[in-house]
Write a protein of this length. Structure first.
Length: 390
């Protein structure tokens, strides 16, 4: 909470120093927005927009004598036929214009995403003040409700969501997609857009949020979802695995070995054979540490390491193929294979592949090589269960 207060204070100081660049607007005329949610409205031609505005007077006072009924944020909501109209309508409630350069997240409800995001995305890409590094997410329920789920460790729900997405990136079970990344995929000739899924969860008397995979799009419409393992299958290929945990069976299959991913590198080379087959050559190099085991087997032996490394490689291949098999059902090229082929085989792409890529994508063959290495066993060479006679 202190970090958030310091961050907002820094923002306020910067705005104060640079207010001359803001068309003469005074600090008192600004409402700092940290998150925006877009939901369907009762009128099918309109959308409901929720803007999370910082309540500066209450920031940093939670649990320290502040008004218990006051929040450090205010979710101002209104409807409009466009994003820009809705944002302008909110000024009738706030009394001030919204200041969006520090918006951390833009969240669309799943029903809006299924209808299509083209017309609800243009404003964020066009607005000079908007950051293209803001994360885009898809809400299982209402986007406005996600922005009102108050966590225990963070004062501003939108900032909590931003931090949550970043932290999940280090588990490599989530892809932190920015507005820039989403729009780049959207205008691509072949690559399908994706965005993290988020939902509200009830924990006792409190509501919190949870990310749970990726939404998959065909053009601007959401058509499918990837679970956590399928998401990491995508990340192996696009070289976005940063860390995380791999759980593999032990050689005797009496338990599992748990590995922490230390480094991972992925490279892809497309090939079109003389008979017209498309083969994607995928090379993954993986280093991991043995962090835990649930068996009495003595795993810290060279011959056992070889088997464990093979098991790790097999898990990686399974995750990649499960992601491809899910995406091939809808012909959604989440990996960007089409763009890779276009780059290497420009003429063939335009003459033979581009028009029917959705169907051709379903016929791709794979040559996957995974080089897994166990680098450390941490402090223990023998399992505790063996010492205890378990």
């Amino acid at each position: 909470m202190k970090n958030t207060a310091v961050k907002i204070a820094t923002i306020l100081l910067m705005i104060t120093l640079l207010f001359g660049c803001l068309d003469g607007r005074e600090l008192s005329e600004l409402e700092i927005v940290v998150g925006i949610g877009i939901d369907s409205a009762d009128d099918p031609d309109s959308i409901k927009l929720t803007a999370q505005v910082v309540n500066v007077s209450q920031l940093g006072l939670s649990g320290s004598g502040g008004d218990p009924d006051s929040k450090p944020y205010w979710n101002a909501a209104t409807t409009g036929t466009t994003i820009f109209e809705a944002i302008r309508q909110i000024t009738h409630k706030t009394g001030n214009r919204l200041f969006v350069p520090h918006c951390e997240v833009v969240i669309y409800s799943k029903d809006v995403a299924k209808q299509g995001l083209y017309k609800h995305l243009d404003f964020f890409l066009r607005a000079i003040e908007m950051r293209l590094t803001s994360f885009i997410l898809i809400a299982e329920g209402k986007a406005g409700e996600v922005l009102d789920a108050k966590p225990q460790t963070e004062e501003l729900p939108a900032v909590n969501i931003y931090n949550l997405v970043k932290s999940y990136g280090f588990t490599s079970h989530l892809y932190d997609v920015t507005l820039k990344e989403f729009s780049s995929r959207l205008i691509s000739e072949a690559t399908a857009p994706v965005a993290p899924l988020i939902k509200v969860v009830q924990e006792g008397e409190n509501k919190d949020v949870q990310v749970m995979g990726l939404a998959v799009f065909k053009e601007d419409k959401m058509i499918d979802e990837l679970n956590m393992d399928e998401t990491r299958g995508l990340l192996w290929v696009i070289n976005e695995v940063k860390s995380g945990v791999l759980i593999v069976p032990t050689p005797e299959e009496s338990g599992v070995a748990v590995f922490e991913i230390e480094t991972a590198k992925g490279k892809v080379k497309p090939e079109i054979t003389d008979d017209g087959k498309i083969i994607m050559h995928i090379d993954i190099k993986l280093q991991a540490n043995l962090s835990e085991q649930t068996t009495a087997e003595k795993l810290a032996r060279p011959e056992i390491f070889e088997k464990l490394q093979d098991n790790m490689s097999e898990v990686v291949v399974q995750e990649i193929m499960s992601a491809y098999e899910k995406s091939s059902k809808t012909g959604s090229d989440i990996f960007g294979f089409g763009d890779m082929i276009h780059k290497k085989y420009n003429k063939k792409w335009h003459e033979q592949l581009e028009e029917d890529w959705e169907e051709i994508y379903k016929t791709i063959e794979f040559d996957i090589k995974v080089d897994s290495k166990i680098t450390k066993t941490n402090l223990l060479k023998n399992p505790v269960t063996q010492k205890l006679g378990g």
